[in-house]
Design a protein around this ligand. Structure first.
Ligand code: GCO
Ligand code: MG
Length: 408
């Protein structure tokens, strides 16, 4: 099974996606997700200019060898651009191996360890009534676990909150948050720390003690602020508090951990197992937030989870809409196979995205399943993809009241 072509497809149905399509001499094709939100074209160049030419003629069956070859022969290791590119190759080769074997990828990884993957959705609202409506709308769609984000009194705009969640608006599709220059938002950590516990108290009073609730801090707190938030949220029994401090300084988690029993999740911007090494070994986190797409693909995701299993750390793979349907499928196969699955983030893709990527997964009663098609179970409609050219789209950023750029 020799690789004869490696093509990079860029498309922007509801947002930008970068997909690697590997073709073999037997006529099989495999797909990999290489989408790096806001820096998409850097990965396109890495793949087209530096990786695709090296793949031609290689044996598509040698997944681990190809991964090690790309990782080590490039000399410059790690980083989101490199690892997104290697990740796309890895996924495409697993897709091909599944197709060649006539099996879904999860079977190649050891078979299913469960019937389905509990998924959480993103509820948000600028006010409590809007938030409650958004939670109810998610429950009606089947979600059994909910991420809760709200506006903070005094702040104008906060990332992750749809301007009009009641009318079905989505923050990930809002043009104001996706322009050719990063939109400016405002931030005040003290106001946030005062407000968030009142939100969770209200949500618990309205929805009861059972519903698993999650919250994303988007890296905006100092260690002692994060410790304070974790502690003040303990009465509301969160499933997790995510990205409470900036991910660069992993020692911060030690301090947070000393002060709170609120479970911690981190890692959506991590690229390799090395980023998790100390956090897992010292049991400073409870959930691994890596995404197959930015972590070098299926192979390293499986490895980090096997390592995490020794410390009872579980998966909570990153699944916003900037992970393409291909990347989402890849981590669904891993999640189904591993023993230490925790939860899967699942923000639904838009209708246009689903017309470009034809998918075989199911979402039933709050549980995802990747389906039983050979490979990853996703096909790319190249003609449909061609209708949606790349659009420059940057994430927003935030400044404090005095004009200082704050953490993101
Ligand atoms: C999440 C993430 C997203 C990111 C986005 C940036 O938990 O889903 O934090 O909301 O902001 O993936 O590219
Ligand atoms: Mg996050």
């Amino acid at each position: 099974m020799k690789i004869i072509a490696a093509d990079v497809v860029v498309t922007s149905p509801n947002r930008n996606f970068v997909t690697l399509k590997i073709t073999t001499d037997e006529g099989l094709t495999g797909l990999g997700d290489a989408t790096l939100n806001g820096r998409e074209l850097a990965v396109v160049s890495y793949l087209r200019d530096h990786v695709a030419p090296l793949l031609i003629g290689r044996d598509a069956a040698r997944i681990e060898d190809t991964w090690q070859f790309l990782y080590r022969s490039g000399y410059w290791r790690r980083g989101p651009v490199t690892m997104a590119a290697i990740g796309a190759v890895d996924m495409a080769l697993w897709d091909l191996k599944g197709k060649a074997a006539g099996m879904p990828v999860y079977q190649l990884l050891g078979g299913a360890s469960r019937d389905g993957l509990m998924a959480y959705g993103h509820a948000s609202g600028t006010t409590l009534p809007e938030l409650f409506d958004s939670i109810r709308a998610h429950q009606e769609q089947g979600y059994r676990s909910i991420r809760v984000q709200t506006g903070v009194p005094g702040l104008k705009a906060i990332y992750g909150i749809a301007a009009q969640s009641t009318t079905g608006e989505r923050y990930d599709h809002e043009p104001a948050q996706r322009g050719a220059y990063p939109a400016e938002e405002d931030w005040d950590t003290r106001a946030y720390l005062r407000h968030v516990p009142t939100v969770f108290e209200a949500v618990r009073n309205e929805f009861g003690p059972d519903l698993p609730l999650l919250h994303d801090g988007h890296h905006r707190m100092t260690p002692i602020q994060a410790a304070k938030l974790g502690k003040s949220l303990e009465p509301y029994d969160l499933f997790w508090l995510e990205d409470c401090t900036p991910a660069e300084n992993q020692e911060a988690l030690r301090l947070v951990r000393q002060h709170t029993t609120t479970p911690l999740a981190i890692g959506e911007i991590f690229n390799t197992v090395w980023d998790f090494q100390a956090l897992i070994k010292e049991q400073l986190i409870d959930y691994v937030r890596a995404a197959s797409t930015h972590f070098g693909g299926i192979s390293p995701l499986r490895k980090v989870m096997d390592y995490a299993a020794q410390y009872q750390v579980k998966s909570g793979f990153h699944g916003p809409t900037d992970i393409s349907p291909v990347g989402l499928a890849a981590q669904m196969h891993v999640g189904l196979a591993i023993h230490n699955f925790g939860i899967q983030e699942y923000m639904q893709h838009g209708a246009k995205t689903n017309s470009v990527f034809r998918q075989s997964f199911t979402f039933t009663d709050g549980y995802l399943h990747p389906g039983d098609q050979p490979g990853l179970g996703v096909e790319l409609d190249v003609d449909e993809a061609g209708k949606y050219p790349y659009e420059v789209a940057y994430l927003p950023y935030n400044r404090l009241a005095d004009g200082t750029v704050h953490d993101w």
